[in-house]
Write a protein that binds this ligand. Sequence first.
Ligand code: SF4
Ligand code: SF4
Length: 411
Amino acid sequence: MYASLSSSFQGTPEGLEAGAIIGKCVHCGFCTATCPTYQLLGDELDGPRGRIYLIKQAMESETCTDITRGHLDRCLTCRSCETTCPSGVAYGRLLEIARPVVEHLAPRPLAQRLQRWLLRRILLGPWFAPLLALGRAVRWALPESLARQVPRKRPAGKPAVQTGPRAVLMLEGCVQPAIAPVINAAAGRVLARLGFRVVPVSGAGCCGALDLHLGASGAALAAMRRNIDAWWPHVEAGIEAIVMTASGCGVTVREYGKLLENDPLYAAKAKRVSGLTQDISQLIEPLAVEGLGREVGLKVAFQSPCTLQHGQKITGIIENILKRAGLTLVPTRDGHLCCGAAGTYSFLEPVLSHQLLANKLENLERDQPDVIATANIGCLAHLESAAGSAVCHWIELLDPDPPRRPNSALG
Ligand code: SF4
Ligand code: SF4
């Protein structure tokens, strides 16, 4: 597909990149078959090919309407279309470039701007943890449908004794420490058992994904530079990897190099940081976890987050680790489709999000697993809000010293 972008974009890094991405699309339409929003809505413009065409139109004419913005808003950024595309169209990157453009050409009504501003402030600010604690304290008084939206308490348990020879960093993230401190704590205990030492770092925070997906690219890049500054002394000291326990963060940090390539001060550092970034599953040797599973034979349905399988192209590694650890994996259908969490999508597009969640849970719970395991905090909280089974991060299933959790299948 040839794009003749308007003069404002010609010669700019974003314009050149967008033009090259659009130019790779041959309009074959294979991607529509695996697009969750196209499957639900049946509208070409709510599928990848139609959205690429809308972005091309907006960047050529420098005009767009709120209808175009709506079609892009309904995109989950799940990148299932990228996995399917035979031409290697980097749709996710194209959407990242297009979002601020569309926000500028078709400004949102005040109510929507306020909603997005509030989401960013609450999820990324110091109020998130106290608000969550308040929600948990009054959960008993909330209607069932609302109470289920408040993530359950997941205490961290005992900190690991960190003496291993292999030094790594681990991203804490923004909402994960408040929702489920047990994830990084369990990861620390598993890594300690395998000879790693997690070096504590102060000053790192949100990876920038939340701002990026809400069209606030300036704030997202600032978050990325802050994390690089916090990690850099340890990178120079020779740490082996920067470990991610949330695949949604992992996919973003692995793209720091690309996202900051035009920043003369940070380009080289960002590239190095991205190169060191690994999902925790990539650090774990399957042979080393044999028998480490908390309950041999426990039936596990694994939900592979889109940011893991489509964003980072990591497939099969976690399933293999879990099997080696002695757990029984139940088959799942339509594993390539998004659960509907997709960052803030469940707040902004609740109807589609709930439909995707219902479909996902039907597929995951078909064989009555003891537990649903996932690899991303957003998916975990979203699945837990409606699941009949216990939901956890997969690393918790290998935890050698798990905390007790009352009223939980993982207790
Ligand atoms: S990212 Fe996901 S929802 Fe968006 S167009 Fe691609 S497949 Fe569809
Ligand atoms: S599969 Fe790839 S090349 Fe074909 S229409 Fe979709 S994005 Fe374009």
